[in-house]
Design a protein. Structure first.
Length: 50
């Protein structure tokens, strides 16, 4: 039997990184790429892709 994992923490971190991503996209466009790894990583963890 598989243990149920709580993904609420990962969803919260995904939305935090997504907000940072949007802010960087509009304010500091050249630093937009710095928020992509955190956004993609926590989205994958929240969706339990790995």
């Amino acid at each position: 039997m598989e243990a149920q994992t709580n993904t609420k923490k990962y969803w919260a971190l995904f939305f935090l990184w997504f907000a940072i991503l949007v802010v960087l996209l509009f304010v500091y466009r050249e630093f937009f790429w710095l928020a992509l790894p955190g956004t993609i990583t926590y989205f994958a963890k929240a969706m339990r892709l790995f």
